[in-house]
Design a protein around this ligand. Sequence first.
Ligand code: F6P
Length: 201
Amino acid sequence: PRPIYLSRHGESQYNVDDRVGGDSDLSALGEMYAEKLADFFYSEFPTKEIKNEIIFFTSTMRRAVHTSDVVAQKLEIQPLQLKTLDEINVGICDGMTYSEIAQKFPNDFQERKINKLGYRYPRGESYLDLISRIEPVIFEIERSRQPVMIIAHQAILRCLYAYFHQNEIPEVPTLDIPLHCVIKLTPAAYFCFEKRVLINP
Ligand code: F6P
């Protein structure tokens, strides 16, 4: 059985500021994570043959592309950048902190608290939107028998993880997908083996 590795990008400047949306680049710590992540994958895939088999997807956002580029250089393989894997579009809340959202759009903040799964940011997306957005990626992964490496974002990875881990849909928005952690899933017949590797940058 082939493994599926999921990782968020390294810590970004917006992660440090606790802001949502935007397209910020990695923080210094995030860059260090990218280096260590590259070392980790390098040891997971020891031969050239196996490296060349990897299906490597990332998003088109700076923080994910930057993290992926560091891994790509070390492994000498190229990631495929997919807009399908871009982080949840937070619409009118782009660039705001959660407390700014609570102040400026208290009704929206409350609504999302009550129904995080179905709440759609005005001019943005909901978790339900994401679940349908990632369908083509799931199809690609299911079709292949090769190892998969995905470097993406919190909300997107919650959706992907839930699919393979067979979580119930209402659980998706609160699944724990921390920064600086690789989740290795190995799908078996009726369940999925899981290993989490914390990588302290
Ligand atoms: O804070 C990082 C981030 O990836 C944001 O870009 C995104 O809006 C958020 O996490 C999604 O998490 P939640 O749905 O819990 O707000």
